[in-house]
Ligand binder design. Structure first.
Ligand SMILES: *Cc1c(COP(=O)(O)O)cnc(C)c1O
Length: 419
Protein backbone atom coordinates (compact mmCIF):
# COMPACT_ATOMS: atom_id res chain seq x y z
CA UNK A 1 0.00 0.00 0.00
CA UNK A 2 1.32 3.40 -0.98
CA UNK A 3 0.60 6.07 1.57
CA UNK A 4 -1.11 8.99 -0.01
CA UNK A 5 -1.69 11.96 2.21
CA UNK A 6 -4.22 14.51 1.16
CA UNK A 7 -2.40 17.58 2.31
CA UNK A 8 1.29 16.75 2.14
CA UNK A 9 3.66 15.55 -0.53
CA UNK A 10 5.96 16.40 -3.37
CA UNK A 11 5.13 18.64 -6.29
CA UNK A 12 8.17 18.42 -8.47
CA UNK A 13 11.33 18.83 -6.43
CA UNK A 14 9.70 20.47 -3.45
CA UNK A 15 7.70 18.99 -0.61
CA UNK A 16 4.48 20.86 0.08
CA UNK A 17 2.03 21.35 2.92
CA UNK A 18 -1.09 22.20 0.93
CA UNK A 19 0.15 25.05 -1.27
CA UNK A 20 3.17 26.05 0.77
CA UNK A 21 6.59 24.48 0.17
CA UNK A 22 7.86 23.42 3.61
CA UNK A 23 11.25 24.83 2.56
CA UNK A 24 9.71 28.30 2.70
CA UNK A 25 8.56 27.70 6.29
CA UNK A 26 11.96 26.26 7.24
CA UNK A 27 13.63 29.40 5.94
CA UNK A 28 11.41 31.55 8.09
CA UNK A 29 11.34 29.66 11.40
CA UNK A 30 14.22 27.19 11.25
CA UNK A 31 13.92 23.44 11.77
CA UNK A 32 12.71 21.36 13.46
CA UNK A 33 9.03 22.33 13.57
CA UNK A 34 5.58 20.80 13.46
CA UNK A 35 3.41 21.79 10.54
CA UNK A 36 -0.36 21.31 10.44
CA UNK A 37 -2.81 21.66 7.59
CA UNK A 38 -6.00 23.53 8.42
CA UNK A 39 -7.71 21.87 5.46
CA UNK A 40 -6.59 18.47 6.70
CA UNK A 41 -8.03 19.03 10.17
CA UNK A 42 -11.27 20.35 8.75
CA UNK A 43 -11.76 17.50 6.32
CA UNK A 44 -11.08 14.84 8.97
CA UNK A 45 -13.63 16.49 11.26
CA UNK A 46 -16.13 16.85 8.44
CA UNK A 47 -15.79 13.14 7.62
CA UNK A 48 -17.09 12.29 11.10
CA UNK A 49 -19.73 15.01 11.07
CA UNK A 50 -21.21 13.93 7.76
CA UNK A 51 -21.01 10.21 8.61
CA UNK A 52 -23.12 10.87 11.73
CA UNK A 53 -25.29 13.63 10.26
CA UNK A 54 -28.47 11.56 10.42
CA UNK A 55 -28.18 11.00 14.19
CA UNK A 56 -28.07 13.35 17.19
CA UNK A 57 -24.29 13.23 17.71
CA UNK A 58 -21.82 15.46 19.50
CA UNK A 59 -18.21 15.20 18.39
CA UNK A 60 -15.97 15.94 21.36
CA UNK A 61 -12.46 16.20 19.95
CA UNK A 62 -9.95 14.53 22.30
CA UNK A 63 -7.80 17.52 23.19
CA UNK A 64 -4.85 15.44 24.36
CA UNK A 65 -4.02 14.45 20.77
CA UNK A 66 -3.09 18.05 19.92
CA UNK A 67 -4.07 20.85 22.25
CA UNK A 68 -2.85 23.87 20.31
CA UNK A 69 -5.17 26.86 20.61
CA UNK A 70 -5.19 27.34 16.85
CA UNK A 71 -6.15 23.72 16.26
CA UNK A 72 -8.92 23.88 18.88
CA UNK A 73 -10.26 27.07 17.33
CA UNK A 74 -10.52 25.43 13.91
CA UNK A 75 -12.57 22.63 15.42
CA UNK A 76 -14.65 24.93 17.62
CA UNK A 77 -15.61 26.94 14.54
CA UNK A 78 -16.99 23.74 13.01
CA UNK A 79 -19.14 23.00 16.04
CA UNK A 80 -16.91 20.49 17.79
CA UNK A 81 -16.93 20.02 21.52
CA UNK A 82 -14.02 18.67 23.54
CA UNK A 83 -13.05 15.63 25.53
CA UNK A 84 -10.58 16.75 28.18
CA UNK A 85 -8.54 14.80 30.73
CA UNK A 86 -7.21 17.59 32.95
CA UNK A 87 -8.01 21.09 34.15
CA UNK A 88 -5.33 22.41 31.81
CA UNK A 89 -7.04 20.88 28.81
CA UNK A 90 -10.42 22.13 30.02
CA UNK A 91 -9.01 25.64 30.24
CA UNK A 92 -7.54 25.30 26.75
CA UNK A 93 -10.87 24.16 25.31
CA UNK A 94 -12.84 26.98 26.94
CA UNK A 95 -10.26 29.56 25.89
CA UNK A 96 -10.49 28.34 22.29
CA UNK A 97 -14.24 28.96 22.29
CA UNK A 98 -15.57 25.49 22.91
CA UNK A 99 -18.69 25.98 25.04
CA UNK A 100 -18.83 24.15 28.41
CA UNK A 101 -22.09 22.59 27.23
CA UNK A 102 -20.04 20.61 24.69
CA UNK A 103 -17.22 19.50 26.98
CA UNK A 104 -16.90 16.08 28.61
CA UNK A 105 -14.30 15.42 31.28
CA UNK A 106 -12.61 12.00 31.06
CA UNK A 107 -9.52 10.79 32.86
CA UNK A 108 -8.61 8.11 35.35
CA UNK A 109 -8.55 10.21 38.50
CA UNK A 110 -9.87 13.76 38.59
CA UNK A 111 -8.59 15.73 41.54
CA UNK A 112 -10.80 17.77 43.87
CA UNK A 113 -9.47 20.96 42.31
CA UNK A 114 -10.25 19.78 38.81
CA UNK A 115 -13.77 18.69 39.76
CA UNK A 116 -14.43 22.04 41.43
CA UNK A 117 -13.25 23.96 38.38
CA UNK A 118 -15.28 21.82 35.96
CA UNK A 119 -18.42 22.17 38.09
CA UNK A 120 -17.96 25.93 38.26
CA UNK A 121 -17.97 25.97 34.45
CA UNK A 122 -21.00 23.63 34.28
CA UNK A 123 -19.53 21.21 31.76
CA UNK A 124 -21.74 18.76 29.90
CA UNK A 125 -20.63 15.56 31.56
CA UNK A 126 -18.12 13.85 33.82
CA UNK A 127 -17.02 10.43 32.64
CA UNK A 128 -16.52 8.77 36.00
CA UNK A 129 -13.91 6.06 36.34
CA UNK A 130 -14.32 4.76 39.89
CA UNK A 131 -16.68 4.76 42.89
CA UNK A 132 -14.31 6.88 45.02
CA UNK A 133 -14.29 9.46 42.21
CA UNK A 134 -18.10 9.36 42.10
CA UNK A 135 -18.27 10.10 45.82
CA UNK A 136 -15.77 12.92 45.48
CA UNK A 137 -17.82 14.52 42.68
CA UNK A 138 -21.00 14.15 44.71
CA UNK A 139 -19.43 15.74 47.78
CA UNK A 140 -18.02 18.71 45.87
CA UNK A 141 -21.18 19.25 43.83
CA UNK A 142 -23.29 19.25 47.00
CA UNK A 143 -20.92 21.69 48.65
CA UNK A 144 -21.15 24.06 45.67
CA UNK A 145 -24.90 23.59 45.24
CA UNK A 146 -24.40 22.17 41.76
CA UNK A 147 -25.44 19.03 39.93
CA UNK A 148 -22.87 16.94 38.09
CA UNK A 149 -24.11 15.10 35.02
CA UNK A 150 -22.27 11.81 34.93
CA UNK A 151 -21.68 8.71 32.86
CA UNK A 152 -19.62 5.81 34.06
CA UNK A 153 -16.77 4.77 31.85
CA UNK A 154 -17.48 1.10 31.42
CA UNK A 155 -14.61 -1.26 30.75
CA UNK A 156 -16.15 -3.79 28.37
CA UNK A 157 -13.17 -6.19 28.68
CA UNK A 158 -12.43 -6.14 24.96
CA UNK A 159 -8.97 -6.51 23.48
CA UNK A 160 -8.68 -3.69 20.97
CA UNK A 161 -5.76 -5.43 19.28
CA UNK A 162 -3.56 -2.38 19.62
CA UNK A 163 -0.19 -1.63 21.27
CA UNK A 164 -0.18 -2.65 24.94
CA UNK A 165 0.66 0.90 26.04
CA UNK A 166 -2.46 2.29 24.38
CA UNK A 167 -4.94 -0.49 25.10
CA UNK A 168 -7.51 0.61 27.69
CA UNK A 169 -10.52 -1.69 27.41
CA UNK A 170 -9.23 -4.89 28.92
CA UNK A 171 -10.04 -5.95 32.47
CA UNK A 172 -6.41 -5.63 33.58
CA UNK A 173 -6.18 -2.01 32.38
CA UNK A 174 -6.60 0.73 34.98
CA UNK A 175 -9.48 2.38 33.16
CA UNK A 176 -13.17 2.52 34.01
CA UNK A 177 -15.58 0.28 35.87
CA UNK A 178 -15.63 -3.43 34.96
CA UNK A 179 -18.84 -4.04 33.05
CA UNK A 180 -19.81 -6.75 35.51
CA UNK A 181 -19.96 -4.13 38.29
CA UNK A 182 -21.81 -1.51 36.24
CA UNK A 183 -25.32 -2.03 37.61
CA UNK A 184 -24.04 -1.74 41.16
CA UNK A 185 -22.19 1.50 40.34
CA UNK A 186 -25.26 3.07 38.74
CA UNK A 187 -27.42 2.04 41.71
CA UNK A 188 -24.93 3.77 43.98
CA UNK A 189 -24.88 6.90 41.80
CA UNK A 190 -28.68 7.14 41.77
CA UNK A 191 -28.65 7.48 45.56
CA UNK A 192 -26.07 10.24 45.76
CA UNK A 193 -26.86 13.97 46.07
CA UNK A 194 -25.43 16.34 43.47
CA UNK A 195 -25.27 13.58 40.85
CA UNK A 196 -27.44 13.17 37.78
CA UNK A 197 -26.90 9.95 35.88
CA UNK A 198 -27.25 10.59 32.18
CA UNK A 199 -25.36 7.98 30.23
CA UNK A 200 -22.72 5.38 29.56
CA UNK A 201 -19.18 5.95 28.36
CA UNK A 202 -16.55 3.67 26.87
CA UNK A 203 -13.10 4.05 25.28
CA UNK A 204 -11.27 0.84 24.48
CA UNK A 205 -7.92 2.09 23.22
CA UNK A 206 -6.12 4.02 20.54
CA UNK A 207 -4.79 3.39 17.04
CA UNK A 208 -7.44 0.70 16.51
CA UNK A 209 -7.19 -0.66 12.97
CA UNK A 210 -10.19 -2.99 12.87
CA UNK A 211 -13.89 -2.51 13.55
CA UNK A 212 -14.20 -5.95 15.19
CA UNK A 213 -13.34 -4.84 18.76
CA UNK A 214 -15.73 -1.89 18.41
CA UNK A 215 -18.46 -4.23 17.26
CA UNK A 216 -18.13 -6.42 20.36
CA UNK A 217 -17.81 -3.45 22.72
CA UNK A 218 -20.81 -1.65 21.18
CA UNK A 219 -22.99 -4.73 21.65
CA UNK A 220 -21.95 -5.04 25.26
CA UNK A 221 -22.72 -1.35 25.87
CA UNK A 222 -26.09 -1.52 24.08
CA UNK A 223 -27.07 -4.48 26.22
CA UNK A 224 -26.01 -2.64 29.33
CA UNK A 225 -28.01 0.44 28.31
CA UNK A 226 -31.14 -1.69 28.13
CA UNK A 227 -30.42 -3.30 31.47
CA UNK A 228 -29.78 0.04 33.16
CA UNK A 229 -33.01 1.46 31.78
CA UNK A 230 -34.84 -1.59 33.11
CA UNK A 231 -33.25 -0.78 36.46
CA UNK A 232 -34.80 2.69 36.21
CA UNK A 233 -31.80 4.81 35.18
CA UNK A 234 -32.33 7.52 32.57
CA UNK A 235 -29.76 6.65 29.91
CA UNK A 236 -29.86 9.47 27.38
CA UNK A 237 -26.28 9.67 26.10
CA UNK A 238 -23.85 7.03 24.94
CA UNK A 239 -20.24 8.10 24.63
CA UNK A 240 -18.32 5.79 22.32
CA UNK A 241 -14.88 7.21 23.07
CA UNK A 242 -12.29 7.54 20.35
CA UNK A 243 -9.51 5.32 19.14
CA UNK A 244 -9.90 4.97 15.40
CA UNK A 245 -6.45 4.44 13.88
CA UNK A 246 -4.68 6.12 10.98
CA UNK A 247 -2.31 4.71 8.35
CA UNK A 248 1.14 5.41 9.73
CA UNK A 249 3.11 3.21 7.39
CA UNK A 250 2.66 0.98 4.42
CA UNK A 251 3.00 -2.30 6.34
CA UNK A 252 -0.14 -2.09 8.44
CA UNK A 253 -3.77 -2.81 7.79
CA UNK A 254 -5.77 0.06 6.41
CA UNK A 255 -7.60 2.07 9.07
CA UNK A 256 -11.40 1.91 8.91
CA UNK A 257 -13.01 5.03 7.45
CA UNK A 258 -15.28 7.25 9.53
CA UNK A 259 -18.18 6.14 7.34
CA UNK A 260 -17.64 2.46 8.16
CA UNK A 261 -17.28 3.28 11.83
CA UNK A 262 -20.48 5.32 11.71
CA UNK A 263 -22.37 2.54 9.94
CA UNK A 264 -21.43 0.15 12.73
CA UNK A 265 -22.27 2.61 15.51
CA UNK A 266 -25.61 3.50 13.99
CA UNK A 267 -26.47 -0.15 13.38
CA UNK A 268 -26.04 -0.78 17.11
CA UNK A 269 -27.26 2.51 18.58
CA UNK A 270 -29.42 4.02 15.84
CA UNK A 271 -32.71 3.01 17.44
CA UNK A 272 -31.80 3.25 21.08
CA UNK A 273 -32.99 6.85 21.41
CA UNK A 274 -29.77 8.24 22.82
CA UNK A 275 -27.56 11.11 21.88
CA UNK A 276 -24.20 9.79 20.77
CA UNK A 277 -20.93 11.38 21.88
CA UNK A 278 -17.69 10.66 20.00
CA UNK A 279 -14.20 11.43 21.23
CA UNK A 280 -11.87 11.11 18.23
CA UNK A 281 -8.38 12.53 18.62
CA UNK A 282 -5.74 10.89 16.47
CA UNK A 283 -8.04 10.38 13.49
CA UNK A 284 -8.82 14.13 13.39
CA UNK A 285 -5.31 15.56 13.58
CA UNK A 286 -2.83 12.70 12.98
CA UNK A 287 -2.68 12.84 9.21
CA UNK A 288 -3.02 16.62 9.24
CA UNK A 289 0.47 17.16 10.67
CA UNK A 290 4.11 16.54 9.86
CA UNK A 291 7.40 17.14 11.61
CA UNK A 292 9.96 18.90 9.45
CA UNK A 293 13.63 18.51 10.35
CA UNK A 294 17.03 18.94 8.72
CA UNK A 295 19.98 16.65 8.37
CA UNK A 296 22.78 17.72 10.71
CA UNK A 297 25.34 15.12 9.64
CA UNK A 298 25.56 11.95 7.64
CA UNK A 299 27.72 9.61 9.71
CA UNK A 300 29.27 6.38 8.60
CA UNK A 301 28.93 3.88 11.46
CA UNK A 302 30.33 0.39 11.84
CA UNK A 303 27.39 -1.39 10.26
CA UNK A 304 25.13 1.37 9.10
CA UNK A 305 24.91 4.86 7.77
CA UNK A 306 23.34 7.27 10.24
CA UNK A 307 21.26 10.15 9.10
CA UNK A 308 21.38 12.42 12.14
CA UNK A 309 18.53 14.93 12.06
CA UNK A 310 17.83 17.92 14.25
CA UNK A 311 14.53 16.49 15.57
CA UNK A 312 14.83 14.04 18.43
CA UNK A 313 12.86 11.81 20.74
CA UNK A 314 12.09 14.70 23.07
CA UNK A 315 10.33 16.47 20.16
CA UNK A 316 8.51 13.39 18.96
CA UNK A 317 8.27 10.48 21.34
CA UNK A 318 6.13 7.98 19.46
CA UNK A 319 8.90 5.98 17.78
CA UNK A 320 10.85 5.41 20.99
CA UNK A 321 7.83 5.05 23.28
CA UNK A 322 5.53 2.90 21.13
CA UNK A 323 7.93 1.58 18.50
CA UNK A 324 5.78 3.54 16.09
CA UNK A 325 6.77 3.43 12.43
CA UNK A 326 6.09 6.65 10.60
CA UNK A 327 6.52 7.24 6.94
CA UNK A 328 9.65 9.38 6.57
CA UNK A 329 10.27 11.31 3.40
CA UNK A 330 13.22 13.33 2.17
CA UNK A 331 12.58 16.52 0.24
CA UNK A 332 15.56 15.56 -1.94
CA UNK A 333 14.06 12.43 -3.46
CA UNK A 334 15.67 12.40 -6.88
CA UNK A 335 19.13 11.22 -7.84
CA UNK A 336 19.99 7.68 -8.68
CA UNK A 337 21.95 6.80 -5.56
CA UNK A 338 19.75 5.15 -2.91
CA UNK A 339 21.04 4.66 0.63
CA UNK A 340 19.70 2.68 3.58
CA UNK A 341 19.85 4.99 6.58
CA UNK A 342 19.32 4.65 10.29
CA UNK A 343 17.52 7.91 10.97
CA UNK A 344 18.33 9.15 14.47
CA UNK A 345 18.18 12.30 16.58
CA UNK A 346 21.05 13.92 18.47
CA UNK A 347 19.81 13.10 22.00
CA UNK A 348 22.07 10.98 24.19
CA UNK A 349 19.88 7.86 24.20
CA UNK A 350 19.97 4.84 21.95
CA UNK A 351 16.16 5.03 21.98
CA UNK A 352 16.49 8.27 20.03
CA UNK A 353 16.01 6.42 16.77
CA UNK A 354 13.20 7.16 14.33
CA UNK A 355 13.72 4.24 11.98
CA UNK A 356 16.42 1.77 10.94
CA UNK A 357 17.43 0.71 7.48
CA UNK A 358 15.20 3.21 5.70
CA UNK A 359 15.79 3.75 2.02
CA UNK A 360 16.07 7.30 0.77
CA UNK A 361 17.90 9.09 -2.02
CA UNK A 362 21.39 10.07 -0.84
CA UNK A 363 21.15 13.02 1.59
CA UNK A 364 23.47 15.83 2.59
CA UNK A 365 23.71 18.08 5.62
CA UNK A 366 20.93 20.65 5.49
CA UNK A 367 18.48 18.53 3.50
CA UNK A 368 14.90 18.45 4.79
CA UNK A 369 13.54 15.23 6.29
CA UNK A 370 9.81 15.00 6.90
CA UNK A 371 8.15 12.67 9.39
CA UNK A 372 4.56 12.18 8.28
CA UNK A 373 1.48 11.44 10.37
CA UNK A 374 2.85 13.53 13.25
CA UNK A 375 -0.19 15.72 13.98
CA UNK A 376 -1.41 13.62 16.91
CA UNK A 377 0.51 12.81 20.10
CA UNK A 378 3.47 14.71 18.72
CA UNK A 379 3.92 18.23 20.09
CA UNK A 380 1.76 17.43 23.12
CA UNK A 381 4.17 14.74 24.31
CA UNK A 382 7.32 16.78 23.74
CA UNK A 383 9.69 17.53 26.58
CA UNK A 384 12.70 19.75 27.15
CA UNK A 385 15.10 16.83 27.66
CA UNK A 386 18.73 17.82 27.04
CA UNK A 387 17.58 21.45 27.45
CA UNK A 388 16.31 21.37 23.91
CA UNK A 389 13.73 24.12 23.35
CA UNK A 390 10.21 22.90 22.52
CA UNK A 391 9.90 23.18 18.77
CA UNK A 392 7.57 25.63 17.03
CA UNK A 393 4.23 24.74 15.49
CA UNK A 394 3.08 26.16 12.19
CA UNK A 395 -0.38 26.16 10.64
CA UNK A 396 -0.79 26.16 6.87
CA UNK A 397 -3.96 27.47 5.34
CA UNK A 398 -3.92 26.83 1.61
CA UNK A 399 -1.02 29.03 0.39
CA UNK A 400 -0.24 30.87 3.60
CA UNK A 401 1.30 29.85 6.89
CA UNK A 402 1.67 31.26 10.36
CA UNK A 403 3.49 30.27 13.50
CA UNK A 404 0.98 29.11 16.12
CA UNK A 405 3.53 28.41 18.84
CA UNK A 406 6.91 30.07 19.11
CA UNK A 407 10.18 28.42 19.94
CA UNK A 408 11.08 29.57 23.46
CA UNK A 409 14.47 31.21 23.91
CA UNK A 410 17.11 29.81 26.22
CA UNK A 411 16.81 32.62 28.74
CA UNK A 412 13.14 31.89 29.32
CA UNK A 413 13.77 28.15 29.61
CA UNK A 414 16.66 28.41 32.04
CA UNK A 415 15.02 31.36 33.75
CA UNK A 416 12.32 29.03 35.11
CA UNK A 417 14.95 27.65 37.51
CA UNK A 418 15.33 29.24 40.92
CA UNK A 419 19.03 29.00 41.66
C1 LIG B 1 -7.08 9.36 24.37
C2 LIG B 1 -8.55 9.33 24.49
C3 LIG B 1 -9.37 9.56 23.39
C4 LIG B 1 -8.82 9.79 21.99
O1 LIG B 1 -8.23 8.67 21.48
P1 LIG B 1 -7.71 8.67 19.95
O2 LIG B 1 -7.08 7.36 19.81
O3 LIG B 1 -6.76 9.78 19.83
O4 LIG B 1 -8.90 8.85 19.08
C5 LIG B 1 -10.73 9.56 23.58
N1 LIG B 1 -11.28 9.33 24.79
C6 LIG B 1 -10.52 9.09 25.88
C7 LIG B 1 -11.18 8.87 27.19
C8 LIG B 1 -9.14 9.08 25.77
O5 LIG B 1 -8.40 8.84 26.86
Amino acid sequence: MEITLQNFGHKGELYYADNVPVRRIAESCDTPFYCYSQLGIESAYDAYASAFAQHDTLICYAVKANSSQAVLRILAARGAGADVVSEGELRRALLAGMPASKIVFSGVAKTAGEIKFALSKDILQFNVESEPELHQISAIATQLGKTARIAFRINPDIDAGTHEKISTGKLENKFGIPWQSARQAYAEAAKLPGIKVCGIDMHIGSQIMSLAPYSRAFERIAELAQQLRDDGHPITTIDLGGGLGINYDAHNDVAPAATEYAALALKTFGDINCRLILEPGRSIVGDAGILVSSVIYVKQGGNSTFLIIDAAMNDFLRPSMYNAHHNIVAERNSGSEQVHYDIVGPVCETADTFVRNWQLAAQQAGDLIIIEGAGAYGSVMASGYNTRPLIPEVLVEDNTFRIIRKRPDYDSIIGMDIP
